[in-house]
Design a protein around this ligand. Structure first.
Ligand code: KIV
Ligand code: ZN
Length: 563
């Protein structure tokens, strides 16, 4: 008796000598076909109602998908009705082709043709299952019997299609899927498709779509690519067929399967938005398209308003897009970790300073602005975050460009706060910390009044600067202080020494303008070495740059006394 993993039969890969796909590149987008309204809808706990289907259809058209499988009209009345509404209600743009699915069985085929009567363009997609397993356990038929079902279906479809084209002028095309293709002997897949092609009279002017599904994904993507390359090379009339793929995601590799399948020669992809569909879903068209976009290939779809697409999807399907979903999930443009934040921060600065035309930001594979995600915080702060991330928030959200040397000091303050809080902190909270740590520090020393004078010196000498003011210590009466120096900061330091505030060494200074409300002010960052030999920063804000600087000095002194 086999146990656990021993009971599984490994996928039997084909021997494909001289395979070409590994050295190929994807150079253009495939023909896209959405199966949201069929494979996607049939997999929902609560299938979409008529209004929801119409809204989804409209959204798919807006994205730019030109082939849309609308349903399985012979399987249920609701599926039939949506087709009638789409056609009779004039909802289908002229350049969009609706596709309908049907099993290769006579009564179902006839009902399907009724459902599409009056459509301008339609693809009739028929299928039967061809795999070894399905032949053995479901149909209990040999290959010949399975081929007969497909060929009979094809002949009837061709007859009804010709008739409909004559009567209604409908531009009808055909699609055949050897369902469970992955588990079908490749020679047999080619043979049955060749028979179907002959039955519908496919040629290079009337191509048939041959859709190769990984109905249940059951191997690594390279094995699937080998099957596709084999199929393309061995199909007798390759130029009379559009090769389509329909990857499911049972192993979580549908996107890779689709991409390698395109390398192997496929022309078309059937998939869904966000990968909805049976079991683990169909291949996600959005991820595939975005993968192409980030390789500088036009995906042929407009996904710029992804937030709206997602909103329609979530509302109509009652599914949710996971927060880590590629390109779209809530957290996929967010960096919490310090090193990532730092690199993103540097990348953004590089983009600004270099004027590069290319997207060159580490850790962000796509420009968030290209997918409507420009206004959310890319850098979010928790205890994993570093100084770079905190500096990014201060600059991007509030306009404070902290000097590099100050990043570790404020970074540590924020990190300590996050650790205590045990959670993420928002940008406003970071700003509150900044205020309480630097802006609102007015104790123990506070300047009650201040004035600067230029002291005239000799004709060719730089004039000295004189500071006079009133300094208050906690609740004490203010005392007058004054001093003269080479510049305002020096003059202020000298004035402080007269009341015994000494031992501080000036290390560095930087300033920039900042808009606070409608007001433009100067912000000064002062770095001092405290009498205890510690680096400490202070910040001053004023309309006047001199006053901003001395406030910065006093702030640093107050902070050093507090610490
Ligand atoms: O997954 C599948 O094989 C299908 C076919 C009907 C194409 O959905
Ligand atoms: Zn499917």
């Amino acid at each position: 008796m086999k146990k656990g993993y021993e009971k599984y039969i490994p996928f039997e890969a084909i021997e494909l000598g001289n395979r070409q796909w590994p050295s190929k590149k994807i150079e253009k987008h495939p023909i896209w076909c959405s199966v949201d309204l069929r494979d996607g809808n049939q997999a929902l706990v609560d299938p979409m109602n008529m209004d929801e289907k119409l809204e989804m259809f409209k959204t798919l058209c807006e994205i730019g998908i030109k082939e849309i499988e609308v349903g399985f009209p012979s399987a249920s009345d609701t599926e039939y009705e949506i087709l009638r509404e789409l056609i009779d209600g004039g909802h289908i743009p002229d350049d969009v082709t609706i596709q309908v699915l049907v099993q290769a069985r006579e009564h179902l085929i006839r009902k399907t043709f009724d459902a599409i009567r009056g459509a301008k363009n339609a693809i009739v997609h028929f299928y039967n299952s061809t795999s070894k397993l399905q032949r053995k356990v479901v149909f209990k038929q040999e290959m010949a019997g399975i081929t007969e079902i497909a060929v009979n279906g094809a002949k009837l479809i061709k007859e009804l299609g010709d008739q409909a084209a004559k009567e209604t002028g409908c531009n009808i095309r055909y699609e055949y899927s050897p369902e469970s293709f992955m588990g079908t002997e490749p020679e047999y897949a080619v043979a049955i498709c060749d028979s179907v092609m002959k039955a519908v009279g496919a040629d290079r002017n009337n191509k048939i779509i041959l859709n190769l599904p990984s109905t249940v994904e059951s191997s690594t993507p390279n094995c699937f690519a080998d099957l596709v390359e084999y199929f393309c090379n061995n199909l007798p009339e390759r130029e009379a067929a559009i090769i389509s793929l329909h990857p499911h995601n049972d192993r979580g590799t549908a996107v890779a399967t689709a991409e390698l399948g395109l390398l192997a020669g496929a022309d078309r992809i059937e998939g869904t938005l966000f990968g909805n569909g049976e079991r683990t879903g169909n291949v996600d068209i959005i991820t595939l398209a975005r993968n192409m976009y980030t390789q500088a290939i036009d995906p042929g779809l407009d996904l710029s308003d992804i937030n709206r697409i997602r909103e329609v999807y979530e509302r109509t399907t009652r599914m949710t897009v996971p927060i880590r979903h590629p390109y779209v999930g809530e957290l996929v443009f967010t960096a919490f970790s310090g090193s990532h934040q730092d690199a993103i921060n540097k990348g953004e600065t590089y983009m600004k300073d270099s004027g590069t035309e290319y997207w060159e930001v580490p850790y962000l594979p796509i420009d968030p602005a290209d997918v409507g995600r420009a206004y959310e915080p890319i850098i979010r702060i928790n205890s994993q975050s570093g100084k770079g991330g905190v500096a990014f928030v201060m600059s991007n959200s509030f306009g404070y460009d902290l000097p590099k040397a100050m990043h570790p000091e404020f970074g540590r303050i924020v990190q300590g706060y996050c650790e205590k809080a045990g959670r993420e902190v928002g940008a406003e909270e970071v700003m509150d910390l900044f205020k309480s740590e630097y802006i609102d520090i007015r104790e123990p020393y506070k300047l009650v009044s201040h004035k600067f004078y230029e002291e005239s010196g000799l004709y060719d000498e730089t004039p000295l600067v004189r500071f006079e003011g009133q300094l208050k210590h906690n609740g004490d009466e203010p005392v007058a202080i004054s001093g003269t120096g080479n510049g305002p900061i020096d003059a202020f330091f000298n004035a402080l020494e007269t009341v015994g505030i000494s031992g501080y060494q000036f290390v560095n200074y930087s300033e920039h303008a900042i808009s606070i409300g409608s007001d433009a002010k100067a912000v000064s960052y002062i770095q001092l070495l405290s009498p205890a030999g510690k680096n400490i920063f202070g910040l001053g804000i004023s309309h006047n740059t001199n006053y901003a600087s001395i406030r910065g000095v006093l702030c640093a002194i107050n902070r050093s006394l507090k610490i």
